[in-house]
Write a protein that binds this ligand. Sequence first.
Ligand SMILES: Nc1nc2c(c(=O)[nH]1)N[C@H]1C(S)=C(S)[C@@H](COP(=O)(O)OP(=O)(O)OC[C@H]3O[C@@H](n4cnc5c(N)ncnc54)[C@H](O)[C@@H]3O)O[C@H]1N2
Ligand code: MOO
Length: 393
Amino acid sequence: MISVNEAKNSIYLNATRLPPVVLDLKDAAGKVLAAALVASENIPAFPQSAMDGYAFAYEDTNGAALTIMTTIQAGSGKELLLQPGQAARIFTGAAVPEGADTVVMQEKAKVQENRLSIEDPLLKPGANVRPPGSEIQSGQPALDKGTLLTPAAIGFLAAIGFQEVPVYPDPVVSIIITGKELRPPGQPLTYGQVYESNSYALKAALSKAGITKVEVLFADDTLDQVTELLQDALEKSNLVLLTGGVSVGDFDFVPEAAKACSVNTLFHKIKQRPGKPLFFGKKESRLVFGLPGNPASALTCFYEYVLPAISGQTGRPLSLQSVRVPAKERISKAHPLTHFLKGYYDGNTALSLDAQESYRLRSFATANCLIVLDEDQYEFEEGALVEVHLLPS
Ligand SMILES: Nc1nc2c(c(=O)[nH]1)N[C@H]1C(S)=C(S)[C@@H](COP(=O)(O)OP(=O)(O)OC[C@H]3O[C@@H](n4cnc5c(N)ncnc54)[C@H](O)[C@@H]3O)O[C@H]1N2
Ligand code: MOO
């Protein structure tokens, strides 16, 4: 068995970026740039008015009124040349005509019968004019490789003329649910059956992370069927999540099926609770997680290991945020395993909730964090600092 840190390190080393794709800018929000972008034009492309007002040459403002020759609306394609003594009515965003270099806002000007008097003692040459290329110049770096495309970054790229961008795609995910005892919710249970919940929780967690290309497959607990579905999943996905069948029971076929599909085992079993039997393997660049069947174990492993793996594939910052906060009440544990406890963080302290058993999701359903207790520490007094991983809301 390896430690939590060793497991996380293995994921960090093995979950490498997926081959880049070019996406329409509209579809690229939340993705990460796979190459540096360079501006191909000056933006603004022309001297641009920053105010509704009047454009003129600053050196003409010697007290004499100017003659307003024309009106220039934003988007007007008219190219004009103002002569000395002339001004143009202009609006925010419009091109400042040749012969003009300054704009006075209309609140600081008076117009009488087409004659403009400027009443702005603080006006400077070039005031209220955005120079061409002042946002970015042709040939200048726009955004670096590895930049997360936030709404502002998407807007910026649109504003400087990019219509499509190279990004790391999200993985295509296959979920294989194993277990003969499982029935979909909504159907009556016969003796020995349990409702299937892992596909629901995992799909919801993937969707929360923006991952939508997800297929769910169901396997009985036979080596042949698990192997067949895994083989199929490996052909069409970048990430395969199996649940159940990773422990030591006679019907736990996931590690064997992985071997049969030439998946290289990177680790199996971690010194942790829940989720001790977690399996991680790789075939070429495809990643395979065998998540323990117990619902709280599967979801905890998803948050702690699968999300960082998707971060590795996409460059997106998906791993849970970590903070150190005081424990609200004393916490103790008996085993030399890292514990991930369902907790509630109220902004000041973290409380360990009831119902921590890995077959239960009841406390997980209201938890907003996982409290992480080190492998080799057993007692945490009230007020002691504990590591808390914040769950996506
Ligand atoms: N002798 C040992 N037995 C077990 C050990 C061990 O070390 N020695 N480890 C235990 C731990 S810890 C875990 S976790 C489980 C993991 O077992 P599997 O991954 O093989 O999972 P299953 O046996 O298939 O199922 C466990 C449990 O979870 C329920 N389950 C499974 N899939 C779903 C699903 N999709 N939705 C809802 N519930 C599901 C299943 O019915 C079982 O109750 O092994 C322990 N045993
Ligand atoms: O690891 Mo199991 O997940 O403790 O029940």
